[in-house]
Design a protein around this ligand. Structure first.
Ligand code: TNX
Length: 503
């Protein structure tokens, strides 16, 4: 009963494991102590238990975490760095992995196998005997949080990270800049946050991360095997920057701050020396704050930038990213440019059935030696309403996105000619024009993120199998219902969609 569904689950008969009062977490191998501490912290929230972490061999009833070369699910031919094996027997639980990441995902599986018990009485914390071998289908399973439209504090971002890791999501894409706000302090352009960070959608309070706060978020994520992908959206979606510095505007006149929800009206003054310096400075500072390999440049919906200017601008900006040691990522429109650095990653946001020229733009990243992240907006845009008439959310995709819509699709069947070899992974995106609080964030994301996470982690359906047959919504819904126990125990909000037999 795990989400995402593991590669191989072999239940066996015999007495279950009981998480008894003397249970400890026994750790061995490099990085295992950190994973052990995170498991201990998680169990405190899930079932009000406080397990000591010890660097000793396991005794009867303990949970052992073993990180060593050769551990993990190698016997099925996989060499995924994020794989793990989990064995539950009456004598104890053993999680084996070759890396801390693998062990950490094994821990998330164990959390889901243990009944969540928010009352703290600790009775009945048992797990049936089972052997699980597991590794992800894609290296990239992402969740995007738009902190530009509505700002979310570092504590709220950490709460979001806590929610996504239970689902083995390993990338947090932070959409840091947009028309409504600039959220990362840039030492060389301080007005970006002083002015551009002062408001948000619907006149919300605004805010920004200092560089120290941002580093702290990145470190919190990294400890949980989550890589932060910062996005500086340009040359469109830049009104907050244009309000902060008159020189960045095509006419040299500062724009007023913007708190509405239109897109496509703003553009940097492309081809200009000051804009060039701006791009170099902001990319350099953000790259320096980012240990991860990816830096996202946006490039979406640049309806106010002349097509040739757009291409020249994104090519130059993407090369600046590469010069700073990062792989550029762009929304699929950036595929209009054919001079991007080799290996530039594209993020596809058109529908599960491509329209217009979106597939062609996406394919151009593959031609350039890059790969794709799939975020089809009719399946993986989690700001789209769940149901007609919802007070929160957008409906521009033409119909609500149900749990079924988020679940019943396959990344390798979206863009003709683009299969798993060219797909880095999947990402669910939460835009926040209409989403103002972290509780609302969670209700928009859960349970649909569980569906996208499973699409990204669990094995591909057989080529011959229609995707509708491969993804059994009833069976998935039953597993999602178990997740709700954890969400209830940890005070995480979720939407009680109709497809799930909620507890
Ligand atoms: C599209 S598609 C956007 C965002 C909006 C979102 C609202 C894309 C890359 N950008 O600017 O917030 O729709 O659903």
């Amino acid at each position: 009963m795990v989400v995402p569904r593991p590669v191989l689950t072999q239940p066996s008969p015999g007495s279950p494991f009981v998480l008894g009062p003397t249970a400890r977490i026994s750790v061995a191998g490099p990085g295992a102590d950190t994973v052990g501490r995170l498991l201990s912290d998680a169990l405190a929230g899930d079932c009000s238990r406080d397990l000591p972490v010890v660097a000793e061999p396991p005794a009867f009833g303990d949970i052992a975490l073993v990180i060593a070369h050769g551990e993990g699910p190698h016997d099925d031919g996989s060499d995924s760095a994020e794989g793990y094996t989990l064995e539950v027997a009456a004598e104890g639980v053993r999680i084996g992995a070759a890396t801390p990441a693998g062990a950490f995902w094994g821990v998330q599986t164990l959390r889901q196998l243990l009944p969540a018990d928010g009352d703290g009485d600790g009775d009945g914390l048992t797990v049936e005997q089972v052997r699980i071998h597991d590794h992800p289908r894609y290296a990239y399973r992402g969740a995007m949080l738009d902190v530009a439209r509505h700002f979310f504090t570092p504590a709220e971002v950490k709460r979001f990270i806590d929610a996504i890791v239970l689902l083995k999501v390993n990338h947090l894409h932070l959409h840091l800049t947009d028309d409504q706000g600039w959220r990362i302090h840039i030492e060389s352009w301080p007005e970006l946050t002083r002015i551009g960070g002062s408001t948000g959608s619907d006149g919300s309070r605004g805010g920004f991360y200092t560089q120290d706060e941002f580093r702290d978020i990145v470190a919190y994520a990294a400890e949980r095997n989550v890589t932060v992908v910062p996005e500086l959206d340009m040359p469109g979606h830049t009104n907050a920057a244009l309000a902060s510095y008159p020189v960045l505007n095509p006419d040299g006149v500062a724009r007023p701050l913007y708190t509405g929800s239109d897109v496509g009206f703003s553009t940097l003054r492309t081809g200009d020396a000051v804009t060039r310096r701006f791009v170099r400075d902001v990319v350099r500072e953000v790259a320096a704050l980012t240990p991860g390999p990816l830096l996202h440049l946006g490039g979406d919906e640049c309806l106010s930038t002349a097509p040739d200017d757009f291409v020249a601008f994104v090519e130059e900006a993407a090369h600046v990213v590469a010069e700073n040691g990062k792989t550029p990522v762009g929304w699929h429109e950036m595929g209009k440019a054919h001079g991007l650095p080799a290996g530039t990653v594209g993020q596809y946001w058109d529908f599960t059935t491509p329209r217009d020229r979106s597939a062609e733009y996406a394919v151009s990243f593959v031609r350039g030696g890059g790969s794709l992240i799939l975020s089809p907006s009719d399946a993986a845009y989690l700001d789209i309403v769940y149901a007609e008439g919802d007070p929160i959310g957008q409906d521009w995709t033409g119909k609500p996105t149900t749990l079924r819509d988020a679940f019943v699709w396959d990344p390798a069947r979206v863009i003709p000619g683009v299969g798993d070899a060219h797909i880095l992974g999947v990402e669910a995106a939460l835009w926040t024009e209409t989403v103002g609080t972290i509780e609302e964030v969670e209700e928009m994301v859960l349970p649909r993120l569980a569906a996208v996470a499973e699409v990204g982690w669990s094995p591909a359906p057989a080529d011959t199998e229609p995707v509708e047959a491969a993804r059994d919504l009833d069976e998935f819904g039953a597993r999602v219902a178990r997740l709700a126990e954890h969400w209830d125990a940890t005070g995480t909000r979720y939407r009680r969609v109709p497809d799930v037999p909620w507890p």
